[in-house]
Write a new protein. Structure first.
Length: 659
């Protein structure tokens, strides 16, 4: 059974064939360079590992004041994963250039990197976070299960579409012993001549091969007196045309690699868009995680300050004899524990800053000013008052329409159908029609060697030839030779058919069956992708609803717990409560505050995950895909808030004093 619908659809965005000049770093200048350009190696443009000037504009006194918009802009300009992905469309262009010559396609990878994960607490957290890059897309931003390109070896041969010119020459001197002098007039024939053969041949998408060649034997000299002409020039001008009538007959068969390479160019653009989405998703996630870690640090610093104040107050009250010494020990233990929590949180913030800088810079760790700079986020997340309500079918439809991996899979299925046409075509016998036409010519001078002639009296004598003794039509030089060639004085014609029929044809049948079975597997994978997207969209919406509910609950719980703490402190000051009661309630308050911070972070990630599932993350964060392709963002850096700058500098000074 042959699969239906093997249509070849070309994408209008990639109809223009790329040229070598578009893919390389140099262009030809002058006539000689233009002539030799296609036969010299050309280097591609080098990659710059310098960071964009935007980063320097955001640094003040060793602090990087970073808004979310600037973080995304820095990633578009400096992220190495994006720079790596920018090369893939150029590789696809090179493959298209190769296919336009009739050559087999080379493999082009369309994997994407999900970027590093955020810092986590623990001794090895830094190494795990920084090393968590991979070949697949994270957060649902996958590259499409059918988007890869494999070299197609099965199927009918594709004609060589680049014309090939050839030229050969040689000088020959040969001596051949002769068993008889009847033909040559000598027992050893000495021959000297030069040859010059040249021509051009080319294949066409119609399955036609055309060749034009000219052979020249110039200055042929022999020591044979029986030759009328020496030296002489002889040769022929030949035209050969061969047309496939069964296998490799239709242009749709022979240009399948070109169509596939154009489709792969579209897939490379989709892959780049997928990488941009993955990188933006990673940057946004890392940014809000840094904000969360800073908020957690503030909560723990406030807890440390409260425990320090409680310890100081209890110490003073113990000196007055108002409380027992054991209460001082309890307060000091809580203070030390809170101090350790602050140290751990500060380390986590520093690790997160390092991870974020590795995503936003190309060589930031080489520049000590950037490596030692602290990052201060200038954005704070605003939770909307109410979540928009959208039907699940609408969300699923939006995901199916916008996700690049869905489009990649459709193109991948189309490529499989196109390449299967070549496999099906290979089932046919090879029936070729050919026509050969040539014009021969001969020109030369009268042989100066005397020829032995028998006289009427029976005696023989050596007689030299004169122009009257030979056919004057052949007397002359190379001009006479060319005149005979183009005058078609000695034409030759031949035409015929050649048929090659494999009697069992098992290899071609096996290739077609294999391709059809692989296509069925690809259809299953495509269906799995659609099912996975539907399930992930449903789960992402449910997760967002649960995250919003958890945040609202934690917000109210934190507010009530703070009121409880205020009451407990008041009771402790009045002597109706113990320090243990205050410590326990204060612990619960810190836990509630951290729960609120973590719940907000969970809500942010749930919202980000849903945007990523729906492939609208670039729209949400106003990312221009053309600016991402160029690696330059036109928008100027955000202004640094003066109040925030003053607070950050004061905090940095306190940390330096503490160290």
């Amino acid at each position: 059974m042959i699969l239906p619908g093997f249509g070849q659809q070309q994408r209008p965005a990639t109809d223009q064939m790329p040229t070598t000049q578009q893919l390389t770093a140099d262009e030809p200048h002058g006539t000689l360079e233009r002539f030799t350009y296609n036969y010299r190696a050309h280097g591609v443009r080098k990659i710059s590992f310098e960071d964009s000037p935007r980063l320097e504009k955001l640094i003040r006194a060793g602090i990087i004041y970073l808004s979310l918009r600037d973080a995304i802009a820095l990633a578009l300009e400096n992220n190495l994963d994006l720079e790596y992905a920018r090369i893939n469309p150029k590789l696809a262009d090179a493959n298209l250039l190769r296919a336009s010559a009739g050559a087999l396609l080379r493999n082009v990878s369309n994997n994407i990197s999900s970027g590093p994960s955020s810092a986590s607490l623990g001794v090895l957290s830094g190494a795990n976070s920084l090393g968590s890059t991979g070949g697949g897309g994270g957060g649902g931003s996958q590259g499409g299960v059918l988007s890869g390109l494999n070299v197609q070896l099965a199927g009918s041969a594709i004609p060589n579409l680049d014309p090939t010119a050839f030229f050969s020459t040689q000088a020959v001197h040969s001596t051949s012993p002769q068993a008889s002098t009847f033909v040559t007039g000598t027992n050893f024939l000495v021959t000297t001549y030069h040859t010059a053969n040249y021509g051009i041949q080319q294949g066409f998408l119609t399955g036609t091969s055309v060749g034009v060649s000219m052979g020249n034997t110039i200055g042929l000299r022999q020591n044979s007196p029986n030759s009328d002409f020496s030296p002489s020039t002889q040769g022929s001008l030949a035209l050969s045309v061969q047309q496939n009538l069964l296998q490799c007959f239709l242009p749709s068969i022979n240009k399948r690699a070109i169509v596939v390479s154009k489709n792969q160019r579209s897939i490379s653009d989709l892959t780049f868009k997928n990488q941009v989405m993955s990188t933006v998703n990673s940057v946004v996630s890392l940014y809000w995680d840094l904000v969360t870690f800073n908020e957690s640090l503030k909560v723990k610093q406030q807890s440390f300050e409260l425990n320090t104040k409680l310890y100081t107050d209890n110490k003073r009250r113990a000196e007055l004899g108002a409380i027992a010494p054991i209460d001082i020990i309890q307060a000091e233990a809580e203070m030390k524990s809170a101090q350790q929590d602050v140290t751990t949180a500060e380390l986590q913030v520093e690790q997160q800053e390092t991870i974020l800088k590795s995503v936003l810079t190309r060589s930031g760790m080489d520049d000590m000013a950037i490596a030692n700079a602290r990052i201060v986020p200038t954005y704070h997340f605003e939770v909307p008052g109410q979540e928009p309500i959208r039907p699940i079918q609408g969300l699923i439809g939006e995901a199916m329409q916008n996700r690049p991996d869905v489009q990649q899979n459709q193109i991948g299925l189309e490529d499989s159908r196109i390449t299967m046409r070549g496999t099906k075509d290979a089932l046919l016998p090879q029936l070729n029609a050919f026509v050969n036409m040539s014009n021969s010519a001969l020109a030369g001078q009268v042989n100066s060697l005397p020829i032995r002639q028998t006289l009427p009296n029976g005696q023989s004598q050596l007689v030299s030839r004169t122009p009257g003794d030979v056919n004057g039509f052949f007397l002359g030089g190379y001009g006479t030779f060319l005149g005979q060639i183009f005058g078609r004085n000695f034409p030759n014609y031949s035409a015929g058919f050649s048929l090659n029929v494999p009697l069992r044809n098992r290899a071609a049948q096996a290739d077609l069956i294999t391709d059809e079975l692989n296509y069925r597997q690809q259809e299953i994978q495509d269906k799995q992708l659609h099912n996975s997207i539907k399930m992930n969209v449903v789960n992402a919406r449910m997760a967002l609803a649960n995250a919003r509910s958890a945040y609202d609950t934690s917000l109210e719980a934190r507010r009530l717990q703070e009121q409880t703490l205020q009451g407990a402190r008041r009771k402790y000051e009045l002597g109706t409560s113990t320090i243990l009661d205050v410590v326990l309630i204060q612990r619960d308050t810190v836990t509630r505050q951290l729960s609120e911070v973590n719940a907000l972070n969970g809500y942010i990630h749930s919202k980000l995950n849903l945007d990523n599932m729906l492939a609208r993350i670039l729209e949400v964060y106003n990312v221009d895909i053309d600016e991402a392709k160029q690696g330059q963002v036109k928008r100027q850096p955000d202004m640094i808030p003066a109040v925030l700058q003053q607070e950050a500098e004061q905090r940095l000074q306190r940390q330096m004093k503490g160290n």
